[in-house]
Write a new protein. Sequence first.
Lengths: 400, 148
Amino acid sequence: MIDVKKIRKQFPVYQKYPNIRFFDSAASAFKHQSVISAMTDYLSFNGTNVHRGVYHLAAEATESYENSRSVVANFINCKPTEVIFTKSTTHGINLAANSLAKLLKKDDEIVISELEHHSNLLPWLEMADKLDIVVRFIPLEDGMITIPNFKKVLTNKTKLVITHHMSNVLGYITPLMDMSKLAHDVGAIVVVDAAQSILHVKTDVKVLDVDILAFSGHKIYGPNGIGILYMKEALINKLSPTEFGGEMVDKVHLDGSTWKSGPYKFEAGTPAIAEAIGLARALEFMNEVGVDNIHQHELFLRNYCIDKLKDEPGLTIFNKHGQSSIISFNINDVHPHDTASFLDQHGVAVRAGHHCNQLTMKYLEQDSTVRASFAVYNSLEDCDILIKAILETRDFFHNL
Amino acid sequence: MDLKTLYRSVIMDHYKNPKNKGLINDDNYLTVHLNNPTCGDDLIVQLLIKDNKIIDLRQQGKGCSICCASASVASELLKNKEISEASRITQTFYDMLTGQEIKDKSVLEDAVAFEGVGQFPARIKCATLAWKAYEKGLNPLEGEHNNE
């Protein structure tokens, strides 16, 4: 069991807003004290660049930065040399798409789904458009990806299988392990958006057997401005960089240059050093609490809310049977932004909109939805207030 | 202002019984389409202008109640106004929402009900979308207001 009172003491935002009922962690989570302290420590007492200076301070910065890479590698079970620091999940996926584009040609096929966040959709659609590649969408079943449906679109021409691990609207978990196996059987590369799943589902890239996987710091109690792109060693060696400049280069000549090896060739320019350090502390916090414990806690809260809301009239819940930390719903005939403003009056923060996922909205035949997402610091009391606020808002609008 | 009071007043009335709703298939009308991609509010307005005067206004769209009600209120308020007068009223509406000092609030008539929206900064764009669309129709050459 998670001791929410104890956990909240580790999140300074609660010192300023002790009564906030925060249900928007799936967009950006609150920052853990250890993250803030580690970043402040680097910025206050170091602030030098990595991989450049030979003096003591610079060596210390490099050590902290590279230590963060190792923490990430341990967290997802890969080698540190398979971990690329990026700006965000979006940046990582764009980097992957731009690098992979060189392996593809006209009439090749890629497989993707309508459940993707725009950040794991638009880079691929753009790429497909430029290269005249066929995009095949996995038919959905009740908003979920199933193996039988996946098989329907997987062919010998499939070069890439692109998927999320956990939907940012419905919270459903993709059957990644089985998909990877089938994808590899036809020689396709598996690219995964793990932005939502990384803090809810144990992510072992070896067990999942994925080739590329992206996530970011700001959803895992860490900073924004930093993300991770995991890439299998063979792919890292095979793919070429798409961003050029300082630090990623090996030898520079007038007639062509060579690049550094491993992840470094993908990290052009001065990286977000404080943020990388902060992200590693966030992962260490999650290790301390345990990803499984966090997941069980969120699931408990989610199921508690679902039980209280599922039979209430005037509400539509779009993912009653989800296995994770998200509830997507609407109060019937009330625009989600009106709902969200009313919930805000109760100190309840939720997301309302299309969640950067217009295709899923089309699938649900909604313009937008309200999304409540649960995190390690949410309590049962938060849930009671959320439920009360939703029902009061419904009663207000439906009795006008 | 309490949010419930804000909604109970003119907003829900116009949301449920919108004025000048529905588009007209007439080339004499100028059509403007604006949307807010962040929240999905999506609005089309039409203006019939003759001799510097707004003869008719139509509006159709989907969005939150503040956005739709505002489109309805504005369509009533700006109808039969000279262009310069309509521009002045529109500016007064913006000033009210952003908390600027206003000399004569009475020109806003029913639109005064939206004053409370100013206390909810995230919703100001909902209230102004329709006005931006009408404004664009009045000054079609003054650049884009889209995607705000």
